[in-house]
Design a protein around this ligand. Structure first.
Ligand code: ME8
Length: 522
């Protein structure tokens, strides 16, 4: 416990672990990009970050998909895991660990949490009879299902078909955790964000909790139940446990576990809030393990239905999107366009608009114009500024205030608000630059021209540092052409106590944010 308090600037965050029953889609890309931006933000802000992602490989859905493809579940997983890893690499994801639930460390960890829950008296043998959706890997009460137009019984919430299951099963005494969960939501009001998601969960829990079936006997692709190996664990028991496996569970005395658990943040989609905000804390309480600090539920992304660019091809494939528009451009688009926590749309037109308006025009042109003027008028040597005018002071003050605003927004994962604040300053800086007209000052007042270019470069420095979590490569390039040393790019360099160095020699500027030009159609 002492380790945990001493190393207070540590931060453990996770994505959901994806089912590798197919290739990664845009939702997977969105989640891992957003989580990566948060991880990079916290690292730049001085935190010792551990970022875990991975794949959820057991369960009936994997078995069924594999069978349809004429493969074994393991084989299907291996093929698709390679695609998830390739996507992470392509999208420049900075995870520290990639967990596969088929790994030995995870089997050990899942058996250990099971045994702890059992030792606590929360696991008992009985018979399950009820509805199960393989697509959702979820049990539903009859009242949560309905008949669709074809007479198929489906989950009301998700529309996926359910099947009747009647078999011997181990149960988890979830009913015993109703009050403890409600107490948790009250004690930690931001345990789930956005707030509305917590309200939904709390009202579900208030409605009463049934004990949960946590083992299956009709297939064997999963983790055997300790002491009763004809049962395998319900896939969600093992899946959720990945978050503690990733920091060394069951070795709770390990340096890793002591340092990083409880997790600061689980980033997940809105369809799996109940698993993370009800089952997961209940399992942990039962096992005597601390609960995570926060679950953030992001929204779903939808293709607006518009045809994407010809060069994009398959729009479902995030790698094709990154190839077409650029990795940093795609990351920026998702994180700026979609308020984090809400659903969003993507379309060719919307992506191109962000690339051209925000990146090429607003930020790219300002950098290109000011830095090429510095190249020509000052031989690329950063001028020493004269006394700052009121206009200079105003734009610098707005820039210096950004890091504080960014931290405040990031405290509740409002990534889009961080970008909104930064781009508001970029817009101010464009007005400043146009108003000061340094190209006119070239003839009338070169010292003043140098001051304007200096102030503009300082704004660009802070903007580029702050936008690194979202666009690591492009911002790195912008900081290169501003001659900002590699070890002076973290958030401790922001806020105005440090300024861009006069006298530094800038490399020749090259455009960082190219315009999107529609490819010619034949
Ligand atoms: O749910 N837009 O895996 P998964 C945004 N294995 N996010 C989306 C999305 C979309 N269109 N579609 C899916 C699972 N997601 C479990 C998780 S965690 C212990 C186990 C999100 O591959 C979804 O909400 O179906 C989830 O957070 C993640 O992608 C993986 O979904």
């Amino acid at each position: 416990a002492s380790c945990r308090t001493m190393a207070s600037k540590r931060y453990y965050l996770t994505t959901a672990i994806a089912y590798p029953n197919g290739a990664p889609h845009i939702g997977h890309a969105y989640e891992v990009i957003a989580t990566d931006a948060i991880a990079r933000f916290m690292r730049l802000d001085g935190y010792d970050v551990h970022f875990l992602t991975g794949t959820d490989e057991h369960g009936q859905k994997m078995v069924q998909t594999a069978a349809k493809a004429g493969l074994g579940a393991r084989e299907l997983a291996d093929r698709n895991v390679a695609l998830f890893r390739a996507m992470d690499e392509k999208l420049n994801i900075s995870h520290d660990d990639f967990i596969r639930t088929t790994e030995e460390r995870h089997h050990r960890s899942s058996k250990a949490i099971w045994e702890r829950m059992k030792a606590n008296g929360d696991v008992y043998l009985s018979k399950y009879e009820g509805w199960y959706s393989v697509r959702d890997e979820a049990f539903y009460a009859e009242s949560e299902t309905q008949l669709d137009q074809n007479g198929t019984r489906v989950s009301t919430k998700t529309g996926t078909p359910v099947e009747w299951v009647a078999e011997e099963s181990w149960f988890f005494r979830l009913s015993a955790y109703q009050q403890k969960l409600l107490d948790l939501y009250e004690r930690v009001p931001d345990f789930v964000l956005p707030k509305e998601r917590l309200n939904e969960v709390a009202s579900f829990v208030r409605g009463g909790l049934q004990d949960l079936s946590i083992s299956r006997t009709t297939f064997d692709w999963g983790i055997p139940v300790p002491g009763d190996e004809k049962h395998i664990m319900y896939v969600w028991v093992d899946a959720l446990t990945n978050y503690i496996t990733g920091v060394g569970f069951p070795d709770t005395d390990s340096a890793m576990f002591q340092k990083y658990w409880p997790a600061d943040l689980h980033v997940i989609g809105k369809d799996i809030v109940r698993f993370h905000a009800v089952y997961w804390p209940a399992f942990l309480m039962s096992a005597g393990v601390a609960v995570p600090r926060r679950v953030f539920s992001h929204g779903f992304l939808f293709n607006r239905g518009e045809k994407m660019s010809k060069s994009v091809g398959n729009v479902i494939d995030p790698i094709a999107l990154a190839d077409a528009y650029g990795v940093d451009q795609l990351r920026y688009f998702f994180l700026r366009e979609v308020p984090f926590g809400q659903d969003g749309n993507y379309s060719h037109e919307a992506i191109v608009n962000r690339i051209n308006a925000d990146l090429a025009n607003d930020l790219g042109n300002l950098a290109q114009r000011s830095l090429s003027m510095l190249g020509k008028a000052f031989k690329g040597v950063m001028p020493t500024p004269g006394a700052f005018s009121e206009n200079d002071k105003t734009i610098l003050a707005a820039t210096d205030a950004l890091v504080g605003k960014a931290r405040e927004q990031m405290a509740t994962q409002q990534i889009h608000q961080v970008l909104n604040a930064v781009w508001a300053v970029v817009a101010d800086a464009n007005r400043y630059f146009a108003g000061e007209a340094p190209w006119v000052l070239a003839k009338t007042d070169p010292v003043r021209q140098g001051t304007v270019l200096y102030v503009t470069a300082e704004v660009l420095r802070q903007v580029a540092i702050l936008a690194q979590p979202v666009m690591p490569t492009a911002c790195g390039k912008l900081l290169d052409i501003l001659a900002v040393p590699a070890d002076a790019r973290d958030f401790s360099r922001l806020g105005g106590h440090e300024r861009i160095a006069p006298g530094s020699q800038l490399p020749p500027p090259s455009p960082v944010f190219p315009r999107w030009i529609e490819p010619a159609t034949e």
